[in-house]
Design a protein around this ligand. Structure first.
Ligand SMILES: *Cc1c(COP(=O)(O)O)cnc(C)c1O
Length: 462
């Protein structure tokens, strides 16, 4: 059955429901000639051709891929009604659906009780978690690692909260000695841990920080915007590094967690989520807006969320997707993430054997960081060569390859071959292998990478 047939059936069912209400004629002010609409959409489609091919396995750059069709169809059918999940009377059906999917997420993270909701992004979801942290402990600082997402600093500025930056180790994880020393000052009220840094996918040692709460009292928020769903693979032998798996399992003992269904949850943009382990934090949101909430005595989604209007369609799309792709290791989302993880392992193995290119470090998830190894190996030369090859690959006429670049600080370079540090950071390659099709594509991507390096730096390729 094609996408068009499934959509048509959905539309027919929806029309049947709409016929419960009397016929009316649409106002003439809303009319657009059919020909005009066609023209406009055709010119839009043409303008969209400026995009990179995010759906294709030769696109292995940023954290971007199109949503699954089931999410798109569910979104579109719901959006035709356009429910607003700021309150149950704005979206009675999708409000209930949102509570259902958030319970599924809470259970997935191992929270026995919870309070949570979807958000328009990971940034807003994290803002909300930091805001609650500040309400609970207004006098003390919020700490996160140097490699945490850049928006944490920005949001703390917005909240007027003091920030303590913690160093990272050679693997890009929060450095526990530095954390312990800074906790010792008593200034830190909340520690933000990242489960999958945006740069290289590093996972902070969540389990070990949880254990440190015995010595120091503090709150823990986990930013799993990218990597949260990899908890699905945490009980499997050998797929993730032991320490990473233990860290992901320990999310259940933290106070709040953020995961972005619009990253690894097959959703269109506009779908983040925040979940708190203690439902009592709902007290911070309570307000009375007499004209918005009038049909229900329940705690409305709008009463436990910083944002007001939000698309009910986002909840519907996530719900439909989770019906087809449940959060389970052996079926649904599990096999997808297993493939993306294996794609990174497969490419890492090929890079390990090649002399022209070196891994920054073995990948934790499905994000790979690597760099060409020119003779002399100064940070400036690596950066220059990376940028040239990056352009070459992308502008290749027949079979372009799309990678991303990443400014890696010195601390992350732990390879055997020394680098001459003539500038503070080195620009290297970063590749997010977040599509299961990447697994099959890896040998071909690698071949084209090596060929491109050979053209720019023939002496480095044996
Ligand atoms: C992407 C990301 C964010 C920001 O989420 P948005 O949905 O882009 O706002 C925050 N933290 C991490 C670790 C991320 O990867």
């Amino acid at each position: 059955m094609t996408l068009e047939t499934i959509l048509k059936e959905g539309l027919d069912l929806q029309r049947r429901w709409k016929r419960h209400w009397p016929e009316y004629s649409r106002d003439e002010t809303l009319e657009v000639p059919e020909e005009r609409m066609r023209e406009v959409l055709a010119s839009l489609v043409e303008r969209l051709e400026e995009n990179y091919p995010f759906w294709h396995p030769d696109y292995a750059g940023q954290m971007i891929k199109p949503p699954h069709e089931v999410a798109l169809l569910a979104y579109w059918l719901t959006q035709r009604i356009n429910p607003n999940n700021h309150a149950l009377d704005g979206g009675p059906a999708t409000g209930r659906i949102e509570k259902e999917v958030v319970s599924v997420l809470a259970e997935f993270f191992g929270f026995a009780e919870h309070l949570g909701h979807l958000t328009s992004s990971g940034t807003i979801a994290n803002l909300e978690a930091l805001w609650v942290a500040r309400q609970l402990d207004p006098e003390r600082a919020i700490a996160f690692s140097r490699d945490a997402h850049y928006t944490h600093g920005r949001m703390c500025e917005l909240l007027g909260v003091e920030v303590v930056v913690i160093e990272v180790d050679g693997a890009g994880r929060m450095d526990l000695d530095d954390l312990r020393a800074k906790l010792g000052t008593g200034r830190i009220g909340t520690v933000v841990l990242t489960a999958g840094t945006t740069g290289i996918g590093a996972i902070d040692p969540i389990d070990e920080v949880v254990a440190m709460r015995r010595d120091f009292g503090f709150r823990i928020h986990v930013d799993g915007a990218y990597g949260g769903f990899f908890r699905l693979l945490a009980s499997e032998d050998g797929l993730l590094e032991k320490g990473d798996a233990a860290a992901l399992r320990a999310i259940s003992e933290c106070d709040s967690v953020v995961v972005d269904p619009h990253k690894h949850g097959l959703q269109p943009y506009g779908c983040g989520s925040v979940i708190f382990r203690d439902p009592a934090v709902g007290r911070f949101y309570r307000h009375d807006s007499p004209y918005t909430y009038f049909t229900s005595r329940e705690l409305h989604l709008g009463e436990i969320s910083l944002e007001c209007s939000r698309p009910g369609a986002a909840a519907a799309a996530l719900w439909a997707t989770l019906q087809c792709f449940p959060l389970r290791p052996e079926t649904g989302l599990g096999p997808i993430l297993r493939k993306t993880r294996q794609a990174a392992q497969r490419w890492a193995a090929l890079i390990d054997e090649a002399s022209a290119v070196e891994l920054l470090r073995p990948p934790s998830l499905d994000i790979l960081a690597f760099y060409p190894t020119p003779v002399g190996k100064s940070a400036a030369e690596i950066s220059r060569l990376t940028s040239e090859i990056f352009e070459d690959l992308m502008t290749e006429e027949a079979k372009p390859v799309y990678l991303a670049k990443f400014n890696a600080h010195r601390r992350l370079f732990t390879g055997d071959r020394p680098i001459i540090w003539d500038c503070p950071v080195a620009t290297i390659f970063r590749s997010v292998l977040m599509k299961p099709e990447h697994f099959e594509q890896v040998p071909s991507l690698h071949g084209r990478l090596i060929a491109a390096i050979a053209r720019r730096a023939p002496e480095g390729v044996r």
